[in-house]
Ligand binder design. Structure first.
Ligand code: BGC
Length: 249
């Protein structure tokens, strides 16, 4: 089945048409920089343009958003404009003729892509998988025996006296000009904290902030086996499309 996958992020809003049988993109990957003031109207305009650029007139649409999602409504937006809280994205797309619409947390979407076509495959039926996305924020996802625990949001727990994502996100590494070693030691401490809390069978690391694995891997001192995500910067798009297609049946 073909489905449109959209990934709303702190620095870019990306979209592509996905073949959900094999998890590949069958259109160009479009990207619009996220405006600093992303009002509901601005977001609606960007989504409408994506539909027309990709010539998407009907069929499932999945949208990953960096916040807590219930139904198709945004409940939190830690790193985006707070005016988006309360917005129902299905209603925003109303009139474009597409259905069904499925809105979900962006990290949950990336998790679906990894469980279906990536590093999570061996744990699809059994095991506890913890996946982290490192970018503007920290996304956390857990699958238990193949079932998603949605909206986990462990990037916001208190760690070493601060909100975890304020210490270990890619944005913080750049903002504080941390060396890879310093950042990696912090990150490793955070992963150790999460492994004590959740005892996963495997930790999967994804997101742009960990793409240079060679720079930090030797500083990670966790007990749990860890692997890199396979779907790179397409995971959010692919996973959102998969989630929408599964709803389409
Ligand atoms: C948000 C999460 C999101 C993560 C990664 C956090 O700030 O609260 O919902 O998954 O950033 O984008």
């Amino acid at each position: 089945m073909l489905a449109l996958g959209i990934d709303i992020g702190g620095s870019g809003i990306k979209g592509a048409v996905v073949d959900t049988e094999c998890g590949s993109l069958v259109s160009d990957r479009m990207r619009v920089p996220t405006p600093r003031d992303l009002s509901p109207e601005a977001l609606a305009g960007i989504l409408h343009n994506l539909f027309s650029d990709l010539d998407w007139k009907k069929g499932p649409v999945g949208i990953g958003f960096p916040g807590v999602i219930r139904g198709n409504t945004i409940f939190t937006a830690a790193n985006l404009d707070k005016r988006l809280v309360g917005l129902n994205l299905e209603e925003v797309l109303d009139g474009l003729g597409s259905a069904p619409v499925r809105v979900l947390n962006d990290a949950d979407a990336a998790g679906f892509a990894e469980m279906e076509f990536g590093a999570g495959l061996p744990y699809r039926k059994q095991g506890t998988v913890l996946l982290l996305t490192v970018g503007t924020g920290i996304g956390t996802v857990m699958f238990v025996d193949g079932v998603l625990v949605p909206n986990l949001e462990l990037g916001h727990v208190e760690f070493n006296g601060a909100e975890a994502e304020h210490l270990v996100s890619e944005r913080t590494r750049k903002h504080e000009d941390l060396s890879w070693k310093r950042w990696a030691k912090r990150f490793s401490g955070y992963l150790e904290y999460l492994e004590r809390l959740l005892n996963p069978d495997v930790i999967i690391l994804g997101g742009g902030g960990v793409s240079k694995v060679g720079k930090f891997e030797k500083h990670l001192s966790i007990q749990t086996p860890w692997v890199m995500a396979n779907n790179g910067n397409r995971a959010g798009i692919i996973g959102a499309a998969l989630a929408a297609a599964s709803r389409a049946g």
